[in-house]
Write a new protein. Structure first.
Lengths: 240, 221
């Protein structure tokens, strides 16, 4: 891992990797969308509305996976002071927030025809909403410092605090739910999903993961370049 | 250890001498709770049903109100730097500050809360549990808030930022505390919820000062 912490090597490798990754993403996304929106059968109860799932579920998975990646990167940043890890965390936070927002919005759009309401104070919905707030908090905190380096370090501490809290929030919210609102969802632990739906879902999940990889690389490269520009400007200002 | 004690004494003295700071959070709590009957109507049944939540959300906001200044004054006049340079550990500073904060804002809430409970028709059986939940819950709020206050040192727009960082983390204590009070009001056992709350306190007590200290140390470089 330490080998790839070198910014110059990262720039070289990512430049070579990006076209392939982007191509694979576009291909998988096209195949996945075709399978999900056209080739897969409508649900016998939900009809066409079930197709929202193919966007909703992958973005839900990604919303959590991105936070996990941020937590790992923050640990690396605080422990080994790898500059790349801090920049990566900052770069992917808006992407994670985007997936979380997508998950919330599609869930809401799905809930309206299925449950007859846009929003339920259900445990799962609520914990995703809190995850969204954690993302927003991180983005706001990192941006609030004049010294960018310090913003990254403080942000890394916040990400780790959020990691400790995430399971607590999850379980406390589960608990709260069973007290006030017994079973209103529980769709997925019903009959196992049919392969005709499972395959498009998995293709979409893979496509979303690749999409995240592409966005993460592009954005980290942009952060790195931006940092370079700032340093050059400082040198220039000092020279004159 | 001695440094810890001196820091707490110093903070308490500062607050007591300045006078208004100590009362502000308490007054905020009282006024906020008073506002709700105007907002949702004076019917005793409705108020009684939501009383636990009102007390707790108000307590939460009152805690947050005084949180922003927790390390800010010492950061701005350089005291924080001097303490760290003098060899006081950042953990000790965090513990002392948080303890002083709780003594000044959390503890008075315990005393006023029953009165406010009576004003908004909290069911009779729930008072003991409410006090217990506040006694265990407000230290958790101060501890979590302490992390937030340390994180925003030197940031722009600190106050709004602090709310955004800390309020999502306040959700677990809120859930368990209100769960306990509601259970007691319905004549059920509040024990499981109170135990969870105690568990949160037991986890936050050692962990939160470590996290806050990690943020405080960023001040030095």
């Amino acid at each position: 891992m330490h080998r790839f912490a070198n910014p110059a090597r990262f720039m070289r490798l990512s430049a070579r990797l990006l076209p392939w990754l982007a191509g694979a993403t576009a291909l998988l996304l096209a195949v996945g969308l075709y399978l999900a929106l056209i080739a897969s059968p409508p649900d016998y109860q939900q009809g066409q509305a079930v197709r929202i799932m193919y966007v909703h579920v992958p973005s839900a998975w990604l919303s959590m996976a991105v936070y996990g990646a941020m937590a790992l990167a923050s640990t690396a940043y605080l422990v080994w002071k790898h500059p790349l890890a801090g920049l990566f965390t900052k770069a992917v936070a808006p992407v994670g927030a985007g997936f979380t927002a997508l998950c919330l919005v599609t869930g809401s759009l799905w809930g309206e025809p299925m449950w007859g309401t846009w929003w339920v104070w259900d445990a799962r919905l609520t914990s995703v909403l809190i995850l969204f707030f954690l993302y927003l908090g991180y983005i706001a905190l990192v941006g609030a410092f004049d010294d960018a380096e310090r913003g990254l370090r403080v942000g890394a501490v916040l990400v780790l605090v959020g990691t400790v809290n995430l399971p607590i929030i999850k379980f406390s919210v589960d608990w709260w739910n069973t007290l006030h609102q017994p079973a209103s969802v529980g769709r997925f632990d019903g009959p196992a999903m049919d392969t005709a739906m499972l395959i498009p879902l998995l293709v979409m999940a893979l496509a979303f993961t690749l999409l995240f990889a592409v966005l993460a690389l592009v954005r980290t490269r942009a952060e790195l370049t931006w940092r370079k520009v700032e340093v050059l400007r400082l040198f220039q200002a000092a020279g004159e | 250890m001695r440094a810890l004690w001196h820091l707490i004494r110093r903070d308490l003295t500062l607050v007591l001498r300045s006078g208004t700071d100590a009362g502000a959070a308490l007054a905020f709590f009282v006024v906020t709770v008073t506002l709700f009957p105007f907002g949702i109507g004076p019917e005793p049944e409705i108020l009684g049903r939501v009383a636990a939540g009102l007390i707790w959300v108000s307590a939460l906001l009152a805690t947050l109100l005084s949180m922003e200044r927790l390390f800010q004054a010492d950061y701005e006049d350089g005291t924080l730097d001097q303490l760290l340079l003098a060899g006081v550990s950042a953990e000790a500073i965090a513990v002392a500050k948080i303890a002083a904060h709780w003594l000044v804002t959390g503890l008075p809430l315990l005393i006023v809360a029953p009165v406010m409970g009576a004003l908004i028709q909290l069911p009779t059986g729930a008072y003991g549990v409410m006090i217990a939940s506040l006694a265990m819950g407000t230290p958790v709020l101060s501890l979590i808030g302490g992390i937030g206050a340390a994180l925003i040192l030197g940031a722009r727009r600190g106050g709004a930022l602090l709310a955004l960082l800390v309020l999502p983390l306040f959700v677990p204590p809120l859930i368990f505390a209100v769960g306990a009070i509601d259970a007691a009001a319905l004549g059920l056992s509040p024990r499981p919820n109170l135990l969870f709350l105690a568990g949160l306190l037991a986890a936050a007590l050692p962990l939160a000062p470590v996290a806050a200290a990690a943020a405080i140390r960023q001040v030095l470089d």
